[in-house]
Design a protein around this ligand. Structure first.
Ligand code: ZN
Ligand code: ZN
Length: 423
C-alpha cells in the first residue's frame, strides 16, 4: 500500500440545508474543493472562505456551483478539474455575473483576470477517464443534468476507498441528456433538491405543453417561454423541433450564446441532430426588427432570463397581445419576478411595477432527479455513508430519515459543520 487510510474531514462551506453557493471542502492528504458557487438573491451570498486549496473539481456550469471558483485563482494556482463544456459554459455565466454585479454596483470579489487564469490552467476531463492527483485518482461521470454536468469520483489509490459527489443530478432521460447512471462509492455526497416529490411523467407532460402552446400560436398569440440560458433553453429548442413548432420559434437573449457553446460539444449531446436542426430552423433574434417580427403573434418566443429577472423576456412580457400566454418551465426562486407572477403580484421592471394581464401556465421540466429516482440512484451507488446536501432543511432531513429507514448511515449537515469519514 502506497498510502494509508485516515480520516477525511468534509467541511460544508455552503449549499448544505440550502440550494445555492455549493462548496464542500475535503481535507485529507490534500485539500480538494468540490464546487464553489454563489447564491443570487437581492444580494449575492457567498460560501465560507475555502482558504488555500490544492484542487477544485467543478461539477457543472450553473452559478450556484461555479460562480465563486475564479476567487481561488486570485493569489494561488490550484489544480482545476472540469469537463470542457462545463468550463466553456461557466465562462459565459461567470462573465455575465460579473456584468450583473457591476450594473448593481456590487463587488463580485474576484477579477476577470482570475477567471482567465482559471480557464488557462484547468484540466479538461472526459467522462470515465482517470486523472491522477497525488495519492488520489479523479474521474468524472455523466450526471444527466445539463451539458457537461458530472458526478465527481475521487478514489484513494492507497486503499481503494471511493468518494462520489453528484453535483446536480438527473436520472431520467431528457431530450438532450442521457441521464445519470449510478457510480459505486463508499461515501456519497448527494444533492437532495427533490427528495420530497416526484416529477410528472415527462413524455405525457411534453404533449400537454405542446398542445397548449399550439393553441395559443394558432390563435395569433405569443407563447412566451422564459428559459434558463444553460440547459432549459437547449431542451426547449429541441422540444419545439421534435413537435413541429420550430419554424414558428424565435430565440433571443443569452440563451443564444449558451446554445452556440453546447453546439460545439456534440459528444456531450444526446439527439445532437434534433438540436442542430432546431438551431438551423429557429429564428434567432439579432436586432430590433427581428424582435418586432417575433411580437407580431402566432409565434413561440424562447428567451432569457428563466426567472424573469432580466434579459429580453422583460421587454417581451410588456408587449404581448391579448391572445398570448406565458409558460413557466422551471423553478421560480423566492423574490424573483417569476415567483411574483405565480403569486398574482405585479412584476418589478426597471424600478416600476408592471401587472401582467395575460394568463400563465406552469410546467415542471425539472433537470433534477425526483424522489423515486434519487432513492434508486443512491441504492445502486451502494455507499456506506450518504451525506445529503443541495436541498432545503426539510428536504435533506426527509432524505436522511428515508435512507436511515433503508439501513444507510445518512446525515444532513448544515453550513459551517464538518463531517469526518474514513477514507
Ligand atoms: Zn444545476
Ligand atoms: Zn444546483
Amino acid at each position: 500500500m502506497r498510502f494509508g487510510s485516515g480520516l477525511l474531514d468534509i467541511k460544508f462551506l455552503g449549499g448544505a440545508g440550502e440550494v445555492g453557493r455549493s462548496g464542500f471542502l475535503l481535507e485529507g492528504h490534500r485539500r480538494i474543493l468540490l464546487d464553489y458557487g454563489i447564491k443570487i438573491d437581492s444580494v449575492t451570498e457567498y460560501p465560507s472562505d475555502a482558504g488555500r486549496v490544492d484542487a477544485c473539481i467543478l461539477s457543472h456550469a450553473h452559478l450556484d456551483h461555479s460562480g465563486f471558483t475564479p476567487s481561488l485563482f486570485g493569489h494561488a494556482f490550484p489544480a482545476m478539474f472540469a469537463t470542457e463544456p462545463t468550463m466553456a459554459l461557466a465562462e459565459l455565466l461567470i462573465e455575465d455575473s460579473i456584468k450583473v454585479h457591476k450594473k448593481k454596483h456590487m463587488n463580485p470579489h474576484f477579477h476577470r483576470n482570475d477567471l482567465k487564469s482559471m480557464l488557462n490552467r484547468y484540466t479538461p476531463c472526459e467522462y470515465g477517464k482517470q486523472y491522477e492527483f497525488g495519492e488520489y485518482s479523479i474521474s468524472m461521470h455523466d450526471a444527466g443534468h445539463i451539458c457537461g454536468s458530472a458526478i465527481s469520483l475521487i478514489e484513494n489509490l492507497g486503499n481503494g476507498r471511493k468518494l462520489a459527489y453528484t453535483g446536480d443530478l438527473k436520472v431520467e432521460k431528457q431530450l438532450l441528456e442521457w441521464g445519470a447512471e449510478a457510480v459505486k462509492s463508499d461515501i456519497l455526497i448527494t444533492e437532495s433538491t427533490y427528495a420530497l416529490k416526484d416529477h410528472p411523467a415527462r413524455e405525457e407532460m411534453m404533449k400537454r405543453f405542446v398542445d397548449e402552446i399550439r393553441e395559443v400560436v394558432d390563435n395569433g398569440g405569443i407563447a412566451l417561454v422564459p428559459v434558463f440560458a444553460v440547459g432549459r433553453a437547449q431542451e426547449m429548442l429541441a422540444l419545439m423541433n421534435r413537435f413541429g413548432l420550430i419554424q414558428r420559434t424565435f430565440f433571443d437573449g443569452m440563451a443564444k450564446a449558451a446554445t452556440e457553446i453546447v453546439d460545439m460539444y456534440p459528444d456531450y449531446v444526446k439527439n445532437v441532430d434534433l438540436l442542430k436542426g432546431a438551431i438551423n430552423k429557429a429564428m434567432w433574434v439579432e436586432n430590433p426588427r427581428n424582435r418586432k417580427h417575433a411580437l407580431e403573434g402566432g409565434s413561440v418566443i424562447l428567451t432569457t432570463s428563466g426567472m424573469l429577472n432580466g434579459g429580453p423576456v422583460l421587454d417581451y412580457i410588456t408587449r404581448l397581445n391579448k391572445n398570448s400566454k406565458i409558460f413557466l418551465t422551471g423553478y421560480q426562486a423566492e423574490g424573483t419576478n417569476g415567483r411574483r407572477l405565480m403569486e398574482g403580484k405585479p412584476l418589478e421592471i426597471d424600478g416600476r411595477e408592471f401587472r401582467v394581464h395575460n394568463p400563465f401556465s406552469v410546467y415542471d421540466f425539472s433537470a433534477h432527479a425526483g424522489k423515486t429516482d434519487l432513492h434508486k440512484f443512491i441504492r445502486e451507488s451502494s455507499p456506506e455513508k450518504v451525506i445529503c446536501v443541495h436541498g432545503s432543511d426539510e428536504s435533506t432531513a426527509a432524505l436522511v430519515a428515508d435512507l436511515k429507514g433503508e439501513g444507510f448511515d445518512a446525515v444532513a449537515p448544515k453550513v459551517g459543520e464538518t463531517v469526518s469519514v474514513e477514507f
